[in-house]
Design a protein around this ligand. Sequence first.
Ligand code: NAD
Length: 355
Amino acid sequence: MTKNIAVIRGDGIGPEIVAEALKVLDKVGEIFGHTFNYTDVDMGGCAIDKYGDPLPESELQKCLKSDSVLLGAVGGEKWNNVPGDKRPEKGLLRLRAGMGVYSNNRPAKIWKQLSDASPLRKEIVEKGIDFIIVRELIGGIYFGEHKTVDDTATDVLSYSESEIERIGRIGFETARKRNKKLCSVEKSNVLDSSRLWKKVMHRLAEEYTDVELSDMLVDNCAMQIVKNPAQFDVIVTENMFGDILSDEASMITGSIGMIPSSSLGATSCGLYEPIHGSAPDIAGKNIANPIGTILSAAMMLRYSFDMGKEADAIENAVSAFLDADLRTADIMSEGKTQVGCSECGEFIAKNLKRE
Ligand code: NAD
């Protein structure tokens, strides 16, 4: 298979971590017989320096013509004082809008080798934590009307059936590619929008008979994520609930440097990026952890290119890195050997195997 990938290296540690993900993708191509073509795209601070714009139309078009987009991170102090509409983050918002992505998907996974890094008790972690939160990204209360009249402020939360259906389908499709369990999270005991949410999810379940659907109230879900996270495979929820739950879920896994994400819309062209920022404090020192970006590339293979075996191979090579007691600085602990960003990427690429 040949796939064209738009590559946004961005700012800070972005270029370093993306370089390692490309090493790993190249190795996947070599052993599984695929060709990955890369097109460099300038976005963020580097694009402001070059064009005076965080994402010029020509750069956006390169992304839209690709099969998927891999992003490092953007932003940094240098651009903190540029006007609001020219800030690096504006590039990211324009990219998301241009790609029409309406779901953000974040895995919460604890690697058994890093279980000590979790703030949860050992016996909870030992049951295994490996789930994804699929969050609706462009609707709900963040996008409803906001107004303040006299001493009263109002924010409107509304969802249409079609908005719920399209995110619901991403939830079901994601579950299909995993362990076929989908938990729909809402507040249907109080909110009309949640009752509609629940109704649409159950209508969709009749189509996805291979996926087991369950319902959970959001307050209970917040508790269950710390009490018994092993019960979850895929959680699908609306924008604000997902915002809060996905931050909670990333905390229980330990290191911010290890977590990938995807943003998907109606087409298979997705945006894949680690959840962390451009970490200017450690940029250029070869100490960043590239695993969040490498795992983002693995998600791209699984969810946009239908290359499940190739994604498994990357995840197994990450596990081999941790099994070898090698660690980047952010996940370093006693008795382990510290390696740099490039050594980490090289090890993972070298240890990729076709099962
Ligand atoms: P950050 O995620 O960049 O860094 C927070 C802390 O985590 C820092 O101490 C950093 O060194 C560490 N860290 C982050 N990623 C790491 C990695 N891969 N390996 C090791 N350590 C890592 O958050 P911040 O400091 O709040 O933001 C820095 C810049 O990034 C800001 O300009 C912000 O606007 C931008 N940002 C960009 C994105 C994005 O591009 N999607 C997301 C968040 C923040």
